[in-house]
Structure formats: structure tokens, C-alpha cells
Design a protein around this ligand. Structure first.
Ligand SMILES: Nc1ncnc2c1ncn2[C@@H]1O[C@H](COP(=O)(O)OP(=O)(O)OP(=O)(O)O)[C@@H](O)[C@H]1O
Ligand SMILES: [Mg+2]
Length: 305
């Protein structure tokens, strides 16, 4: 049986001042998935997130959360969401605990025990009685997450959550996100322009460029998607053989190196076919794909960090 989708985007579009910023995004997320929304600056990540949580209206298309339409059943849909866009809003002159209590007062379902539990879950128990003004950025992020998960949302949305965290902070954050997905069954939607972060944290990734999703894949599949690289005296001829004789698609030529995914075809036979056609093979090697390779290929080297 198919599980109920936690988040469903259908042909989601946004035009602002005559410019199409989000160009028809389709996406379905299921319980406990950690999803990475990866794209360079200005790709449309925050705009998409704003539409998901109803801060702006889509020009076209729909957002459904746990079966409820954000446009038609806003309160029910959003009751399933915890969200931090850009940076969490907190009162600096209150303590961490006072901030959480203030927020909990708006939602009768949050018990004192739950507040205590989330503080421990995010590892803030030793600082929760200090004023937020004295917190480091990482501590503020943790407090923001504590606030966002207090009401046990089915979907947690974090826009660029590790911005400004140090490497140790990023590792801890990653562990926290995994814990939330596994222990609380939460679906987590994380946007980022940091490849490694997404590669290490997420199960599924969509790569967005100029408002369009250009690839959605399981991160593990990408990492196990080995490519072969060749250098030969006549690369054009070799590409023709790969495409026509072996039906291999997405063959790339960069400088004088060809790369392609073999899709189960035997490498020795392919190399034999090159030689039979009179090509001289000077180099052949397997290369493990990283998300970075894929990202750079797909975005044609758009600047990222
Ligand atoms: N209110 C607005 N008016 C005009 N242009 C906007 C508006 N909101 C967003 N844009 C434009 O839409 C594009 C996408 O912006 P968005 O903030 O969604 O990108 P992003 O992927 O979140 O980028 P970043 O990684 O820098 O946060 C940008 O070119 C931005 O300038
Ligand atoms: Mg953004």
C-alpha cells in the first residue's frame, strides 16, 4: 500500500513582477524522508518554501500537506508544519525557556513535558535558562528547531538551516535532523546551496536551477552511480559508438575526456568495440559520482559554495 504523502507540490509556479521565478515544480514527500532542496543562490528555494507555508500565493499549481490543500484548508494543512525560514524569530531579552513557553501558550496541545523533551532533544538543557541574547548562532538555531517541533509537526521545513554554523555545529545539526526523522517520524525539508551538507544529511534530493527542478533522485543512488571515463584519439567517434552501438545516453565530453554511465553494459566489450573501430584507447577509469559532479554538470558550473 502506498503511504500517504506528507507534502505534495503540483505544477507549482510563481511569477513576481512579470518574471517567472518558480517554473512548475512537482514533488511528493513521504513520512520520515529527509529531503534536500539544493540550488544556487537565487534559484527559487525560499520562494517555493514561502508558497508551501502559505506566506505567498502560488500563481498556479497547488500545495497539499497531509492531504489538506494550503489554498482551501489553510489551518488544517499548516497545523502539520513546523518551519524556520531564513532565521528563527526569538525574543532576545527572554530566556530560551520563556521563548518556548510563549510559543506553547498559543497551542494547547503542547504539554510541559513535551517542552522539556524537545529542549533535551536539541541539546539545550544547560542553557535554556539563559537569555537568548547571550546565545551563539548555533544555540539560536537549536532553539528555533525546538520551537518548530514542539507541536510534533509531520513536516519540518528548514530554509538554509546551517548558514553560519561551524563544522562541529553542522555535524551536530545533521545528527539532530536524522534523530527527528527516525525517532519522531518527521519528514524534513531542508533547503541548501551546500552540496556536502545535503549529501550527508538527506535521503532524497531535488536540484533546482532558475526555478525548475532539473533532477530528483535518491542520494544513495547518485553516490553509487559510477561513471566511466575514457581518453581516446577520436572522442567524437567514440561518442557515436557509445550512443549508437550501446544505446548509452548522457555521454559527456569535457576537454578530451569522455564520461558516461554504462547502465549494466560490460566495459570490456565496449572497449573492444572502440578498438575494433580503430580507436586508440589511452586511458579508462571508473569514477565515483558525487553530488557535486552531478550538480556542476546539471547547472553547468553555476557558482556554488
Ligand atoms: N518579492 C520579490 N520581488 C522581486 N524578485 C523576487 C522577489 N522574491 C524573490 N525574487 C527573485 O526570485 C529569485 C529567487 O529568489 P529566492 O529567494 O527564492 O532564491 P533562493 O533559491 O532562496 O536563493 P538563496 O540561496 O540566495 O537564498 C531571485 O532572483 C530573487 O531576486
Ligand atoms: Mg533563500
Amino acid at each position: 500500500m502506498q503511504k500517504t504523502a506528507v507534502l505534495e507540490l503540483t505544477n507549482l509556479r510563481k511569477t513576481i513582477k512579470g518574471k517567472e521565478i518558480v517554473k512548475g515544480i512537482d514533488l511528493t514527500l513521504y513520512p520520515s524522508q529527509i529531503f534536500g532542496f539544493l540550488g544556487p543562490n537565487g534559484a527559487g528555494k525560499t520562494t517555493t518554501i514561502r508558497m508551501i507555508v502559505g506566506l505567498i500565493k502560488p500563481t498556479k499549481g497547488s500545495v497539499t500537506i497531509c492531504g489538506y490543500s494550503v489554498a482551501h484548508d489553510f489551518v488544517k494543512a499548516l497545523s502539520n508544519v513546523g518551519c524556520i525560514i531564513e532565521s528563527p524569530d526569538m525574543y532576545k531579552y527572554l530566556t530560551g525557556m520563556e521563548n518556548l513557553l510563549q510559543f506553547a501558550a498559543m497551542n494547547k496541545t503542547i504539554s510541559q513535558q513535551r517542552i522539556k523533551d524537545v529542549v533535551e532533544l536539541v541539546g539545550l538543557q544547560n542553557r535554556v535558562s539563559d537569555k537568548v541574547g547571550t546565545y551563539s548562532l548555533g544555540m539560536r538555531q537549536r532553539l528555533g528547531i525546538a520551537q518548530a517541533i514542539m507541536a510534533r509537526p509531520k513536516l519540518l521545513i528548514l530554509d538554509e538551516p546551517t548558514n553560519g554554523l561551524d563544522p562541529a555545529g553542522i555535524t551536530e545539526f545533521r545528527n539532530l535532523i536524522r534523530k527527528l526523522a527516525y525517532e519522531e517520524g518527521m519528514t524534513v525539508f531542508v533547503s541548501s546551496h551546500l552540496l556536502l551538507e545535503i549529501q550527508q544529511m538527506c535521503d532524497v534530493v531535488s536540484i533546482i536551477k532558475q526555478g525548475s527542478v532539473i533532477k530528483t533522485a535518491n542520494v544513495q543512488d547518485i553516490l553509487h552511480d559510477d561513471r566511466i571515463e575514457w581518453q581516446l584519439n577520436n572522442p567524437e567517434k567514440a561518442i557515436e559508438i557509445l550512443v549508437k552501438r550501446w544505446n548509452i545516453e548522457a555521454v559527456q565530453l569535457k576537454k578530451n575526456t569522455i564520461s558516461a554511465n554504462l547502465n549494466q553494459h560490460p566495459l570490456d566489450k565496449i572497449n573492444e568495440s572502440f578498438i575494433k573501430e580503430g580507436l586508440a584507447l589511452t586511458y579508462c577509469s571508473a569514477k565515483q559520482t558525487t553530488l557535486e559532479d552531478l550538480f556542476l554538470d546539471l547547472t553547468e558550473g553555476d557558482q556554488i559554495v
